[in-house]
Design a protein around this ligand. Structure first.
Ligand SMILES: Nc1ncnc2c1ncn2[C@@H]1O[C@H](COP(=O)(O)OP(=O)(O)OP(=O)(O)O)[C@@H](O)[C@H]1O
Length: 450
């Protein structure tokens, strides 16, 4: 028997009307029959089957069509073309508190929302205390929601969404508005919901959360489904593309070296072009090393070589907590680099960034004494650090070479998964890492019985 499908989208397209000027909208109202609008396709021919129990991550830049897609699934928008079938009760936490009436009190909104979700009054009454206690907004429950802070809004909205026994839960980044403790409580609830077989659609720009939480991911760009698959893979492709885009916007002095692979306003994204670069876009020559690795950047300077060494400078295959590691990165500048900045990021196998640091972060003056010798040429940077008490397994390093500062950086060369580090442990590590300085003390009280 095949897997049970919770949501099926067939050839879904959605067009919106767009008016060049506000007066065009008015003209259309006053003179019906003649359209003054332009047709804008926010979604284009989306085909997707989401099995029951899946946690699907949806990524894409602003305006790519994610909310439109979710609203179609939630039933608050109808597609212009195509068929949607949804099996199960959908509870959507879309945009901050949407679906709440600002004039109603929190309590009235709980009832109002519950009814929209198909619950009877008696059912909502039975759940009300649970909803109120999870939201923890106290007396504000009796106040109109227009008086709520954005954090209170999201507390109540999430509490309603999760406590109405949905079968499909749609959550977007508005959760991040909550304070740290609340976000933890929400994540615990989301995990319980996953464990109980619920289907989740999770929209986020944070690729780390998508990799950690989701069993599958899709990437939507300009209304087109450009990638679908394992979350870590899809996130990697998306990040690669984001970097290309950032470079396109910030690139300077590159007019004569435009990479014809990346046509401006390219309609469809060809993943083979953006993820694996065998030749340097600046020199047009094969990269000096790392053929076939996923890398991106303008190529005005590149990473030539990376090695993982121990404190004595010997290559190291296996690391233990407490070992001193040196990541030796050799770079080559083909062109003038104003502020060289090398960075490394340590990632787990789900591509969660565990830690990241750069030459700029460790030493503000690093760039200036680096450049004291020559404009074009080779330089080697050693990143030395102590391997943390992480659980055993494979960890990856992304290595980046940029021109500029953290806020304004031209990515010259970024190599994903440039190095994989095999980590071992001497003792059992419960969880992701072992906290340091662990001690136990016993204070026993003796009770004298006479
Ligand atoms: N009611 C509307 N009328 C006209 N255009 C719209 C309407 N709603 C959305 N759009 C346009 O459709 C495109 C997709 O919007 P959508 O909100 O679905 O994107 P998104 O990926 O959710 O963006 P974000 O990450 O910023 O929330 C955008 O270009 C947006 O301007």
């Amino acid at each position: 028997m095949g897997e049970e499908i919770a949501i099926s989208l067939k050839n879904i397209s959605k067009s919106y009307k767009r008016y060049a000027r506000p007066v065009d909208r008015l003209k259309e109202i006053l003179l019906p029959g003649k359209s003054h609008a332009q047709e804008f396709w926010a979604l284009n021919n989306i085909n997707l089957d989401i099995p029951k129990g899946e946690t699907l991550g949806i990524i894409g830049q602003n305006g790519s069509g994610k909310s439109t897609l979710l609203q179609i699934i939630a039933g608050t928008l109808t597609p212009t073309i195509g068929e949607v079938s949804v099996h199960g009760r959908v509870s959507a936490l879309l945009e901050l508190g949407s679906g709440f009436n600002p004039e109603f009190t929190g309590k009235q909104n709980v009832f109002f929302n519950g009814q929209i979700l198909g619950l009877s009054r008696a059912e909502i009454e039975a759940k009300f205390d649970k909803i109120a206690s999870f939201a923890e907004i106290g007396d504000f429950m009796e106040q109109p929601v227009k008086t709520y802070s954005s954090g209170m809004f999201v507390r109540l909205a999430f509490s309603v969404a999760i406590n109405v026994n949905p079968e499909i839960l749609i959550v977007d980044e508005s959760l991040a508005v909550g304070d740290g403790i609340f976000v933890h409580r929400c994540m615990a609830k989301i995990r319980d919901f996953q464990d109980s077989g619920g289907t989740i659609l999770f929209v986020s720009h944070d690729v780390g959360s998508v990799s950690r939480l989701c069993s599958k991911a899709i990437w939507i760009n300009q209304g087109i489904l450009v990638d679908t698959g394992q979350p870590a893979e899809v996130c990697k492709h998306y990040q690669a593309w984001v970097h290309e885009e950032v470079n396109k916007r910030t690139s300077i002095n590159l007019d004569s070296n435009k990479n014809e692979n990346i046509a401006a306003n390219e309609e469809e994204i060809d993943l083979t072009k953006i993820t694996i670069k065998e030749s340097n876009p600046f020199t047009k020559k094969p990269y000096m090393a790392f053929y076939g690795f996923e890398r991106f950047g303008t190529g005005r300077a590149e990473i030539e070589h990376i090695s993982v060494l121990d404190s004595q400078g010997k290559p190291i295959q296996l690391v233990y907590p407490g070992d001193v590691l040196k990541i030796r990165i050799t770079t080559f500048r083909h062109d003038k680099v104003r502020k060289p900045n090398v960075g490394i990021a340590l990632l787990d196998r789900l591509r969660t960034v565990l830690s990241g640091w750069s030459t700029e972060l460790l030493d503000k003056n690093f760039a200036s004494y680096w450049l004291s010798k020559s404009e074009i040429g080779r330089a080697t940077v050693d990143f030395e650090f102590i391997w943390p008490h992480l659980a055993g397994g494979n960890y990856a390093l992304d290595i980046a070479f940029g021109d500029g500062t953290h806020e304004n950086l031209e990515m010259l060369d970024w190599i994903q998964n440039a190095i994989v580090i095999q980590a071992a442990v001497n003792d059992l590590v419960e969880g992701v890492f072992q906290v340091s300085g662990r001690k136990i003390r016993l204070y026993e009280e003796s009770l004298c019985t006479q």
